[in-house]
Design a protein around this ligand. Structure first.
Ligand SMILES: [Mn+2]
Length: 204
């Protein structure tokens, strides 16, 4: 599995232990989409798996905590810790494409995600998923997760849910397009070897 000791690739690791949750994330941007997610929320596990698989990001997540208050704290904290690990793996953004976008469909549902590893966290999420919990994942937690992720990763994140009827499908296309957009953004740009993709010369 990914982590500091796994050898080749751009890796990031982050841990956070609070009175509410214990979350750790290890990832490898140069992975093949292998995931190992220890989390007692099946739907959120499914979403993180989509991100890993379609982003070709190897991802290890261990998350537990105060589920007696619901899933709010744990889902939020996974967003924070995943964002920090991502930021570490991207580093100074030298040689990467930096911006990425992806449309992802699933039957009737369609999402567009656009990201920019600008060093500044900002999220604009236009996605109305509806009121029904999908398994144990309340739809508003997806927005909360994405906002936390963008802030901590230092990326601009725009998500548009363009179509969809089924809540599960709507959530899934967001995570698939997120994975693919990040995959495009962190790809090494063969025409910009060694360069930081900013006229400012810095993205940190
Ligand atoms: Mn599914």
């Amino acid at each position: 599995m990914p982590g500091k000791a796994s050898g080749a690739g751009r890796t990031g690791s982050a841990k956070r232990n609070t009175g509410e949750t214990q979350v750790s994330v290890d990832l490898n941007l140069d992975g093949t989409g292998i995931f190992d997610i220890s989390l007692d929320n099946g739907m959120m596990k499914h979403m993180l798996s989509q991100f890993s698989k379609h982003g070709l990001v190897d991802l290890k997540v261990v998350a537990k905590g105060d589920t007696e208050v619901g899933w709010h704290h744990i889902v939020e904290d996974i967003g924070i810790v995943l964002g920090r690990a991502l930021r570490e793996a991207v580093g100074d953004a030298r040689g990467i494409v930096r911006m990425g976008h992806s449309y992802a469909p699933l039957d009737e549902a369609l999402a567009l995600t656009v990201v920019d590893f600008s060093g500044r966290g900002y999220a604009v999420i236009e996605a109305t998923i509806g009121d029904d919990d999908m398994g144990e994942l309340a739809p508003d937690l997806i927005r909360h997760f994405l906002e936390s992720l963008a802030r901590e990763a230092g990326m601009a994140l725009h998500v548009r849910l363009l179509a969809g009827e089924n809540n599960h499908h709507k959530a899934e296309v967001i995570f698939k397009s997120l994975g693919r957009a990040i995959r495009m953004a962190v790809a090494k740009d063969p025409r910009a070897t060694g360069d930081i993709p900013s006229t400012k010369g810095s993205l940190v």
